[in-house]
Design a protein around this ligand. Structure first.
Ligand code: SAH
Length: 252
């Protein structure tokens, strides 16, 4: 059986209990060495084979999986963060379906959650933003026309940008072109969220590129944008003494 497992954003104790258990039972692990903290391999059992997928093609990954099936051992395919986001797991799952190889998926803590923790921030503040856009700047992987960054930026809500750290000049331009953010809108660059060498740079939309340049951040960073990062908000209804809901009677 093949287990797709979310490794979490970095820290080795931010994998799920289920994910760690599966690592401990695997006969082979294929992990994305460019992004997954190698410290997670400490969960593996003795004799477990380890493959770094950074230098492998989809076909090579599938060959290793098939080999594991023939030997009757479990394979863990370890993906950074949550595998459902920019994980390229669909193509692997489809290929396994075609070959009749069973698989399952264990979710993980995504980098956008790790970044919020690093920032000690809440993405969804009343009267500030109640939506989070998870997107990326177009790079070599195309982005559908209607999801161009400037289109997404029209909402002015909380935004998190994956895979975009090397393109921050364009990011700035696109964010401003949306018309809802200004050069002074708060932004942050979170480098290696939850890793031992995590770094947080608070800046603004207008200073994203400069900030990354000054600190030589070119990869492994998540960009967050929006008024959630500082300033006023309204307190929640849920914990307001005057608010009645299914579990509590409000008092005036
Ligand atoms: N599936 C992953 C994302 C994979 S795409 C997840 O859910 O987090 C890889 C991109 O994720 C990187 O380019 C970077 O933008 C972001 N990323 C991954 N780990 C990160 C971390 N610890 N800190 C900041 N950004 C991270």
């Amino acid at each position: 059986m093949i287990h797709f497992v979310g490794a979490g954003p970095g820290a080795e104790d931010l994998i799920t209990v289920r994910g760690a258990r599966l690592l401990g039972l695997a006969g082979q692990i294929i992990y994305a060495g460019s992004l997954v903290n190698p410290a997670l391999l400490a969960y593996k059992q003795e004799g477990c084979r380890v493959y770094d997928s950074a230098g492998m093609t989809l076909e090579e990954v599938l060959d290793v999986m098939r080999q594991g099936e023939q030997e009757g051992v479990d394979t863990v395919r370890l993906h950074t963060g949550d595998p459902a986001l920019y994980g390229a797991i669909r193509e692997q799952m489809d290929a396994l379906e075609e070959r009749g190889i069973p698989y399952d998926v264990t979710p993980g803590v995504s980098a956008f959650s790790g970044a919020a923790a690093a920032l000690k921030a809440e993405y969804t503040l009343p009267q500030v933003s109640q939506s989070v856009i998870i997107t990326r700047m177009e790079g070599r992987t195309p982005v559908p026309e209607r999801e161009r960054l400037r289109e997404m930026a029209r909402h002015g809500c909380t935004m998190t940008l994956f895979l975009s750290t090397g393109l921050l000049e364009e990011v700035e331009r696109e964010l401003l072109a949306g018309g809802a953010y200004t050069p002074d809108t708060p932004a942050a660059i979170v480098y290696k969220a939850t890793w031992p060498d995590e770094q947080v740079f608070r800046c603004t939309v207008g200073t994203l590129a400069r900030t990354a340049r000054e600190h030589q951040i070119t990869r492994m960073a998540l960009i967050t944008v929006g008024a959630f990062l500082e300033g006023a908000y309204e307190r929640s209804k849920l914990y307001d003494p005057a608010f009645t809901h299914g579990y509590r009677e409000g008092r005036s």
